[in-house]
Design a protein around this ligand. Sequence first.
Ligand SMILES: NC(=O)c1ccc[n+]([C@@H]2O[C@H](COP(=O)([O-])OP(=O)(O)OC[C@H]3O[C@@H](n4cnc5c(N)ncnc54)[C@H](O)[C@@H]3O)[C@@H](O)[C@H]2O)c1
Length: 357
Amino acid sequence: MKTILVTGGAGYIGSHTCVRLLESGYDVIIMDSLANSHSLVMDRLAAITGREPLFVETDLRDTEILNGVFAHIPIDAVIHFCGLKAVGESVARPLDYYEVNVGSTLALCRAMQEHGVRDLVFSSSATVYGAAEEMPIPETAPLGEVTNPYGRTKLMIEQIFSDLHASSPDWNLVMLRYFNPVGAHPCGLIGEDPLDTPNNLFPYITQVAAGRLPELSVYGGDYPTPDGTGVRDYIHVMDLAEGHLRALEHLDAKPGFDVFNLGTGRGCSVLEAVRTFEAVNGVPVPHRITARRPGDVAVCYADAGKARQVLGWEARLGIEDMVRDAWNWQCGNPNGYRGVMVPMDWRKVEMEVEQRR
Ligand SMILES: NC(=O)c1ccc[n+]([C@@H]2O[C@H](COP(=O)([O-])OP(=O)(O)OC[C@H]3O[C@@H](n4cnc5c(N)ncnc54)[C@H](O)[C@@H]3O)[C@@H](O)[C@H]2O)c1
């Protein structure tokens, strides 16, 4: 069975994808700095799948460690999740975003080139479409008008991969443009765990429902949409994880450079998400309509037809599953991974006491 290097595999989407990889028999190596994640994820992956990934805690830009991994482990393919992802933060700290997102990708490409690994799946984003005029958005929609450094790193990285393939067609590269990943593994052991106040709607909703935040601000109630609030294409993270397995198979079946949208193809408004959450989970989500947020578009959803036709993949889970699983994760882990007490190893304590005597 194949060995997959998963960069950023301790993170939200990476950890859910690792579950599916391990369950499907792949061997998994995770490289992650834990800049936005927690080592407890490894125990959770083992608890869910009965198999353990190999974990290397490192910044991907540490080329000595990166080359060491490629030199010592026969890697068949890479899934590259690692990166910083907060749009607002990227406006305040552009250099960090270019250094981490672009820098880690360049380091990875160099190491892959040196060690003869040519197959990679990349976490891109619907943000590369900017304010798209065509709805639903096909992969052929024009790219460009991206308004923040985070989005520009995604565009740049896609361009780097495209140039790499043009320079040497033995590179097999799939760009996956995610729409709005939400939800959690249904067992509630892994999920989205923002370090600070969440930037995304779903963790915000769950934290308001749990009483950790007072209320949800719904940015804009006067958009040209059925209920006036913004419409997005929310996709369950387990569906997204499955998309990565299909992309890996595609690398074998049809080598080359390719791009796929991963979304449901269905728009859901902010109020629809809030009301579904309340109805499915029986918990109120206090919310208030406020002014529009600069840079937000009214409507954004995917044309998911290419992934269906070429990868044989489509989203199976609906908004009810997303709100149920997001709440299940929140209830089981009120403070995310950080609130979890690691069980005390009393035997180790006894040994230490003994040694000091
Ligand atoms: N979550 C979304 O809404 C969304 C949407 C579109 C695209 N994406 C992209 O998908 C990928 C995964 O997103 P996520 O939501 O799982 O984010 P995440 O922050 O949970 O995961 C990213 C992981 O990368 C790690 N990391 C960051 N910098 C690193 C470095 N220099 N070296 C090694 N590890 C590093 C973090 O510790 C984290 O575990 C990202 O590239 C993100 O831009 C996410």
